[in-house]
Design a protein around this ligand. Sequence first.
Ligand code: DUT
Ligand code: MG
Length: 153
Amino acid sequence: MNRKKLQVRILDERIGGVIPFPEYATEGSAGLDLRAGIEQALTVAPGETHLIPTGLSIHIADPSLAAMILPRSGLGHKHGIVLGNLVGLIDSDYQGELMVSCWNRGQTPFTIEVGERIAQLVLVPVVQAEFEVVAEFDASARGDGGFGSTGSR
Ligand SMILES: O=c1ccn([C@H]2C[C@H](O)[C@@H](COP(=O)(O)OP(=O)(O)OP(=O)(O)O)O2)c(=O)[nH]1
Ligand SMILES: [Mg+2]
């Protein structure tokens, strides 16, 4: 097991108690489930979006890494609970609380319980670009074709 050390601050004293500290559900899990650090159960009506605190902050520090907040497939597929920003990107220099924008894109209200797992955090490698301005590119097989240029089947 080769895990990256990551500094974390616990901002909600219930974490480690009634709200479990995030952990990988299995050895092969890519995501760490983030839990709702809310004071009481929260019902998200169809079409509504709520910004939910997680009670945690991380400092990734290394610019060659970032974290992404992604929906949980069960919540998204079965209950329509996805992210208001579709994907959350956590910069390596961000030190604030991890927040989850919960959007009910479904037709029925959904109640988020205190400490419920609402999204997942994935640490990802990042390559920062340094732009080199050129007049022309070397030719490629695709050129400027896109948006279905290779056909649909
Ligand atoms: O789902 C999210 C997305 C972002 N963030 C935090 C971490 C991220 O580093 C910061 C800024 O996010 P982003 O750059 O996506 O938002 P912005 O609208 O561009 O704000 P800013 O001007 O602060 O960069 O907000 C979260 O806590 N949750
Ligand atoms: Mg930004």
